[in-house]
Design a protein around this ligand. Structure first.
Ligand SMILES: C[S@@+](CC[C@H](N)C(=O)[O-])C[C@H]1O[C@@H](n2cnc3c(N)ncnc32)[C@H](O)[C@@H]1O
Length: 247
């Protein structure tokens, strides 16, 4: 397990600034990401999978971010890209996959290795900021790591099952200050609406940007205040006082 939290203690402002640097680096097309293997994986799921440019961006983001824990909502080819990046760039990272559909949970589990924990999570209706929205019923104990996620990818649930608006609220429960959340299909009407509501509801807890030039639209959210912020602050304070005592 890679569950020991040895991330340096930083202010939310520093963490957000670091995340911005990482996003900008990933937008530069460096390093090139080898996608020759992907044609076979995309067969049969091309309209459901993320577009090639977004998948390449995910690969580059993995390189620049060097995450310890990734959580993906909605699995498929993107899971393979994330897993391959950990191998290719030798990243000590665990990947938690949240999938509502038994068929795709099985398929993703069959294609991935030990560092990936695929969790079949039913969709449930939960109240978020005054709206009742779909959420995944997640069992924390079955995530691949107990660390907060450095990178979260929202590409589910499908619109036919209520869409993705509820999922950022949920993502914030597993994030830290400086976590990067990507939303695929960000220029489609339901996602445009979700982005507007997130911005209006969450104000300075997040920074949202529509990333330039992606075929299906891709939005980044940098987390400033995770939902578990109070616990994280308490943990940091405990760690800081332990470090002082041991000096
Ligand atoms: C947009 S897809 C996720 C795609 C994934 N991120 C990728 O890049 O391959 C969202 C959800 O749709 C479902 N799904 C995926 N492929 C499907 C297909 N061919 N037909 C029906 N549902 C599908 C799965 O439950 C998945 O979590």
């Amino acid at each position: 397990m890679n569950d020991e939290d040895d991330t340096p203690i930083r202010s939310p402002e520093d963490a957000v600034r670091d995340a911005r640097v990482v996003l900008n680096a990933a937008l530069t097309n460096e390093p090139p990401v080898d996608m020759r293997w992907i044609a076979e994986e995309r067969r049969g799921s091309s309209t459901w999978a993320m577009a090639q440019d977004a998948l390449e961006f995910v690969g580059r983001l993995m390189f620049h971010l060097n995450p310890r824990h990734v959580i993906e909502f909605g699995s498929g080819v993107s899971t393979c890209v994330i897993e391959r990046a950990t191998e290719h760039y030798t990243i000590d990272c665990r990947i938690s996959v949240i999938e509502n559909d038994p068929k795709y949970a099985r398929l993703t589990a069959s294609k991935t290795g030990k560092r990936v924990a695929v969790q079949l999570a039913p969709l449930v209706a939960r109240s978020r900021q005054g709206h009742v929205l779909p959420s995944y019923e997640i069992r924390r104990g079955r995530l691949a790591s107990t660390l907060p996620a450095d990178f979260l990818l929202i590409d589910g649930p499908p619109a036919a099952l209520g869409g993705r608006e509820g999922i950022l609220y949920q993502a914030l429960e597993f994030a830290r200050a400086g976590s990067i959340v990507l939303l695929d299909d960000a220029t489609r009407e339901p996602e445009v609406q979700a982005l507007e509501r997130w911005g209006a509801d969450l104000h300075d807890a997040i920074q949202i940007d529509l990333l330039p030039g992606f075929e299906k639209g891709l939005a980044s959210t940098i987390v400033r205040k995770p939902a578990s912020g109070r616990e994280r602050v308490a943990l940091n304070e405990r760690r800081a006082s332990t470090m002082q005592r041991s000096r």
